[in-house]
Design a protein around this ligand. Sequence first.
Ligand code: 9UX
Length: 71
Amino acid sequence: PEQSTQLVITGMTCASCVGRVERALRKVPGVQQADVNLATETAHVSTLGGVSPDALIAAVTQAGYAAREAG
Ligand code: 9UX
């Protein structure tokens, strides 16, 4: 089933940061779409196949930013 995860991303300061985080998230197996908003420091991630929030957070961390699950 399709799932949706909201992350809070910190450490982004320019539009290129946004692109880096989106690319990192979209490379995670099972991610269908990732949209990052710099102003609100959030990411909306659509996934298939039970991708864990921890896998998404790890991908963002490896890209050099910090993430946690929203809410
Ligand atoms: Mo912009 Mo972000 O020059 O890591 S890419 S600050």
